[in-house]
Design a protein around this ligand. Structure first.
Ligand SMILES: NC(=O)c1ccc[n+]([C@@H]2O[C@H](COP(=O)([O-])OP(=O)(O)OC[C@H]3O[C@@H](n4cnc5c(N)ncnc54)[C@H](O)[C@@H]3O)[C@@H](O)[C@H]2O)c1
Length: 258
């Protein structure tokens, strides 16, 4: 799918990887973006930077289905259609199964992580796809593209990441059954599993955790550049034969247990 004049919903688009993707889609590809996030100030700053003709910010908690439906509707009202959905909204939530007194930990943190990272992605994807189904197919083939952001933690979760890692494994698990179901309407679904990127989320990590994570990176031995993530999102839109797949973007990193 060519991105010129297409409309992309990007969740978590006021910060980090989502924000960089919004900038890349508008500036490099001539797309319009509808950004869902919880940060009004950062959302307004992004719209000011990209221009109201190209970007719309909506205060949408991805766990709130009514807000998701209203946000998608607002995007359609502003730009007339939805072609792409990039689910970047996510929370890290470190947690252990047993607390420091060896008691079963409270499930609340686990539930919240799965709700935001997995249920949120499903919900936004579903509401965007309902709009994509009404698009005329491009080149007689495609009506839409979905990209869900997982993590290499889906495959090599470290100690203390049961909620995060299992939520991201769920995101990886969405791709194939969704791609199979949506083949009938010409919508592709892929996921990206990023390695280590220096975003506001990574700033929660201790220097020791960063050192251990960077040690697992092979080549190039550095944080990923957010533009490398954004350009992969664009490529996943542009290459019509990529479907039902999860792509690791991690410089061959395989993280250890701790
Ligand atoms: N940074 C990394 O190294 C890394 C690695 C692997 C995966 N990821 C994944 O990439 C995605 C983007 O992460 P990032 O590093 O850019 O983080 P970030 O913290 O910079 O951005 C995440 C954004 O999601 C928003 N968000 C959180 N909960 C939300 C909710 N309920 N509804 C709407 N928006 C919500 C936040 O407000 C924030 O703006 C996340 O899903 C993260 O798990 C990041």
């Amino acid at each position: 799918m060519r991105l010129q004049e297409k409309v992309a919903v990007i969740t978590g688009g006021a910060s980090g990887l989502g924000r960089r993707t919004a900038e890349y889609f508008v500036r490099e590809k001539g797309a319009k973006v509808v950004v869902f996030d919880l940060n009004d100030e950062a959302g307004a700053a992004l719209v000011a930077q990209l221009g109201e003709a190209n970007a719309l910010y909506q205060l949408v908690d991805v766990t709130d289905e009514a807000a998701v439906a209203a946000g998608v509707q607002a995007g359609v009202e502003r730009f007339g259609r939805i072609d792409v959905c990039v689910n970047c909204a996510g929370i890290p939530t470190p947690m252990k199964i047993l607390d420091k007194d060896a008691r079963a930990s409270n499930c609340g943190e686990f539930l919240r992580t799965v709700l935001v990272n997995l249920v949120g992605a499903f919900q936004v994807m579903a509401h965007c796809i309902a709009q994509m189904a009404g698009n005329a197919p491009e080149n007689g083939e495609e009506r839409g593209v979905v990209i869900n952001v997982a993590s290499i933690a889906a495959f090599e979760g470290q100690i203390g990441t049961t909620g995060y890692s299992s939520s991201k494994a769920g995101v990886v698990g969405l791709s194939l059954p969704a791609a199979r179901e949506l083949a009938a309407i010409g919508v592709r679904v892929n996921s990206i599993a990023p390695g280590l990127f220096n975003t506001p989320m990574a700033q929660f990590l201790s220097p020791k955790a960063i050192e251990s994570l960077l040690a697992a990176v092979e080549f190039p031995k550095r944080f990923g550049d957010m533009a490398e993530f954004a350009s992969l999102c664009a490529y996943l839109c542009e290459n019509a034969y990529l479907n039902g797949e999860c792509i690791r973007l991690d410089a061959a990193a395989r993280v250890r247990a701790r």
